[in-house]
Write a protein that binds this ligand. Structure first.
Ligand SMILES: Nc1nc2c(ncn2[C@@H]2O[C@H](COP(=O)(O)OP(=O)(O)O)[C@@H](O)[C@H]2O)c(=O)[nH]1
Ligand SMILES: [Mg+2]
Length: 288
């Protein structure tokens, strides 16, 4: 269970271990250095240390208790709506399309009937990329020509899902348009039209964040949260970064649950985020 996390957080763990090497006792100074190395944000490092007991030596149980308070945001409600519509948002290259493929694969393996909506109609490559994944996984997809109105694609996908009794609709979106204003208008329209196709849809609005950006991704995430109120986050590419500690500030600053983490490019490389497991994995090199 923890192996994928160990693998996924390998670079983060390595950078912590390097500092640990010649030290046996974990003092607050040493802890500070390790957490900063893992890209836990400075204010959060200071805060964690502030809430630890006064003694200079840090005990694992205390640290875990304090760190655990950063991930208390409620899990999202997977309502019984059928179809259940998930809208996937994020900047270009964050890993939206890949994460959609991973989610589709996961849901399908749970026996759910899945349909994808290729609403990133801005780039021709984006439609084709999602179509190839759909083919590989063996799920249905609704596409249109490049440049077509993405909200029409969303409408068609949800309508088809209603008519044909699908369980899940996953909608891909563009991460970049001619300008920010166009993107805002487009995303708002997709949300509005989805709700026309089925009242209450989209049921989840999920932001995909590139984990290699660490704390730098937070401003971007906040901008999306202002555009469409988000329900949760997927953090991708944790396998490629030593910035695995950024999850603290992402959860805290956005006040949103981290739903899944991506740890590779294959369709199996998506894992439900579990704060306890994440903390255990992060703390192991510190107290080993
Ligand atoms: N190593 C790694 N690569 C990923 C992960 N998720 C996505 N990618 C890669 O990131 C690149 C951009 O992904 P894509 O899904 O096309 O991003 P989009 O523009 O947001 O749709 C692709 O090369 C993906 O294979 C991940 O968890 N780990
Ligand atoms: Mg894409």
């Amino acid at each position: 269970m923890l192996n994928f996390l160990k693998q996924g957080l390998k670079k983060t763990i390595e950078s912590i271990s390097q500092i640990k090497a010649d030290n046996k006792k974990i003092t607050k100074d040493l802890l500070e250095e390790m957490l900063l190395e893992a890209d836990v944000a400075y204010e959060i490092v200071e805060e964690i240390i502030y809430y630890l007991p006064p003694s200079d030596e840090v005990k694992k149980a205390d640290l875990k208790r304090v760190m655990g308070t950063y991930f208390l945001y409620d899990k999202v409600q997977f309502s019984s709506a059928k179809p259940f519509v998930e809208l996937i948002l994020g900047v270009n290259g964050a890993g939206k399309t890949t994460s959609i493929a991973k989610l589709a694969n996961l849901y399908k393996s749970q026996g759910q009937k899945v349909i994808l909506g290729a609403c990133d109609t801005f780039r021709a490559g984006a439609i084709e990329q999602l179509r190839l994944w759909a083919e590989k996984i063996g799920v249905e997809i609704v596409i249109s020509a490049q440049g077509h109105d993405p909200s029409a694609v969303a409408f068609d996908t949800i309508s088809k899902a209603l008519a044909k009794n699908y369980d899940k609709v996953i909608i891909d979106t563009a991460g970049r348009l001619q300008n920010q204003k166009n993107l805002a208008a487009e995303l708002e329209k997709i949300v509005r039209i989805s709700n026309k196709a089925m009242q209450g849809a989209p049921h989840l609005k999920i932001l995909v964040l590139d984990g290699t950006q660490g704390n730098a991704g937070i401003l971007q995430a906040k901008a999306f949260n202002e555009l469409v109120k988000l329900d949760g986050v997927i953090i991708t590419k944790l396998d490629g970064t030593a910035k695995g500690g950024a999850l603290f500030s992402i959860a805290r600053e956005l006040e949103l649950p981290i739903l899944y983490i991506g740890t590779g490019e294959k369709m199996q490389d998506l894992h439900e985020f579990n704060a306890q497991d994440y903390l255990d994995t992060l703390l192991e090199p510190i107290f080993s």
